[in-house]
Design a protein around this ligand. Sequence first.
Ligand SMILES: [Cu+2]
Length: 164
Amino acid sequence: MKVAAVLVGTMISIAQMGGDPMKMSPSNPNRSFQPIEQPLPVKVGVVLGGLTLVGAELWWFLGRKQQKQQATQTNGVQEVLITVDGGYRPDRVVVVVNEPVRLAFHRSDRNACLDEVLIPDFGISSRLPVGQTTTVEFTPTKVGEYAFTCGMRMFRGVIEVKAT
Ligand SMILES: [Cu+2]
């Protein structure tokens, strides 16, 4: 939210300055301070641009729908395949407590932000080479919710551990 406020604030000040930073320059004392009217379409554009950014940010933090998936049991291991592409799909994984979990991350997105996946509660940090499927394993011993994130914690998902 703070970022959006700063962005909008900056845009409003640019709009108020008439888009001419020279006017504010102290190194230019002889220049008379005449307001320069910007054409209306420019003002409207600046405001709409700001609103679009705010909307995008609200959607990013609040509106994105979680995709939930229950693990499947294979030979006593709970498995989930997670696609890493502009985030994690699913980004909510449901498993039961006290049974081994294997998460298979298939990375198709080259974005360096997704180079690494972290599951701090289980001491896991793993590199995810592009185009490959990388598995991580752990056994949750307590019911609860545990986050998994990219290396910079921009993208995140949740492991939901339920009682049996
Ligand atoms: Cu990241």
